[in-house]
Design a protein around this ligand. Structure first.
Ligand SMILES: Nc1ncnc2c1ncn2[C@@H]1O[C@H](COP(=O)(O)OP(=O)(O)OP(=O)(O)O)[C@@H](O)[C@H]1O
Ligand SMILES: [Mg+2]
Length: 362
């Protein structure tokens, strides 16, 4: 009889784990299907918690909480929690992926040129990859590609079975028109060519399995955006802005455009947000500050964070060694990590808005 009263059951463990809520998805981790491979052997309990992204800032906290609540159950002598991540695909069901193997396609855009889209896209992509995600970066700037220079890519991609193999650099799978157009010759293609170039980037490249494919858009509200929206289901858009009024006006235009195209806005990033003097650490708000946050509140879209103006960010772009690679432990790299975590959370939230929540697998 004594044995029975202390017998550990699956329902007792799951009920205990139901008290843990995902902070972004606002539902408990059992209902969300995060708890998998639950095994009970006497007093020993083992299970996996499968998160929606490896870029989860509360990963360790969730593991500790899970361990604590299960350890507190009568009869439990040992708890083994394994943390894992499986990025949810847009529309939740794999059959609906427009490109086999790619779970999420996100675009990084702005209304205005030169606000740091490519810099932000490259550093966010690297940050996600460093956290364990499988990430691709597609240079959507067909006329003025600068991703190769920014990442220091000099090699040409190879062609295998009539498909282009992306170049792997800094942990990313990269494709850019710059690979096919070496030298300073400008690409003077027009509309239809641009459309087919984007189509080829999407469909004729061996991307393999990707959690996130990030597309660095050219400035403005133009044809590339339209081609992408018409060709593949996009998870959403990241809008980059600087804090000046004029840039914010353009950011608003970009937000409106994406909304009109029914593209979810994953969030707004304020780049060149403030300047920290490397000598005296005084902070100056060169282009004023906080405008992008206000704009995102006004449009009711998430705000992902602020990236300072810093000479090492510019140098990273010029030398082919982005800051997140050149100085991975710096405060600046940590800023990008935090923005990447926010972005990954918004992607998970966006994908979980659909009704199909995976069932508990045991
Ligand atoms: N936070 C930052 N601090 C310092 N320099 C930055 C920062 N962000 C971007 N830059 C620099 O600003 C310039 C423009 O950045 P970038 O090329 O990323 O902008 P973009 O929006 O992609 O431009 P385009 O519209 O031409 O595609 C680059 O020289 C880049 O190194
Ligand atoms: Mg750019």
């Amino acid at each position: 009889m004594e044995d029975q009263s202390t017998q550990v059951t699956e329902s007792a463990v799951l009920n205990a784990l139901k008290t843990i809520t995902d902070p972004d998805l606002h539902r408990d981790i059992v209902t969300l299907g995060f708890v998998q491979e639950l095994k009970i052997c006497g007093g020993q309990v083992a299970f996996k918690i499968v998160l929606t992204t490896p870029a989860c800032p509360v990963r360790d906290k969730m593991r500790d909480e899970a361990k604590a609540v299960v350890s507190a159950l009568p009869g439990v002598t040992q708890v083994n929690v394994q943390m894992d991540a499986k990025v949810v695909a847009t529309q939740g069901i794999p059959e609906k992926r427009a490109i086999a193997g790619i779970s999420n396609i996100l675009v990084v855009g702005s209304g205005k040129g030169g606000v740091g889209k490519s810099t932000v896209a490259a550093n966010l992509a690297i940050s996600l990859a460093k956290m364990g995600a499988r990430v691709g970066l597609m240079d959507g700037d067909i006329y003025g590609p600068n991703i190769p220079l920014m990442l220091g890519i000099t090699e040409q991609p190879i062609v295998q079975n009539e498909r282009v193999v992306p170049v792997i650099k800094h942990g990313l799978k990269v494709i850019s028109m710059g690979f096919f157009n070496r030298g300073d010759t400008p690409v003077i293609w027009r509309g239809p060519m641009l459309h087919s170039a984007i189509q080829q980037f999407l469909n004729q490249v061996s991307w393999g399995e990707l959690d996130y494919l990030m597309v660095d858009l050219p400035p403005g509200t133009g044809d590339v955006q339209l081609t992408l929206v018409q060709s593949v289901p996009l998870t959403g858009a990241v809008v980059v802005s600087t804090p000046q009024d004029v840039a914010l006006q353009d950011a608003r235009k970009a937000i409106m455009m994406f909304k009109q195209m029914k593209v979810d806005i994953l969030g707004v990033v304020e780049n060149m947000s403030y300047f920290l003097c490397p000598q005296c650490h005084h902070r100056s708000d060169i282009f004023s500050h906080g405008g992008a946050r206000k704009a995102s509140e006004k449009f009711d879209v998430p705000f992902l964070g602020e990236i300072p103006l810093d000479v090492s960010i510019r140098e990273g772009g010029d030398t082919g060694l982005p800051i997140t690679i050149a100085q991975p432990e710096s405060d600046l790299s940590k800023v990008f990590t935090r923005v990447a975590e926010q972005l990954a959370a918004q992607i998970s939230i966006s994908n979980f808005k659909q009704p199909s929540v995976p069932a508990v697998v045991m």
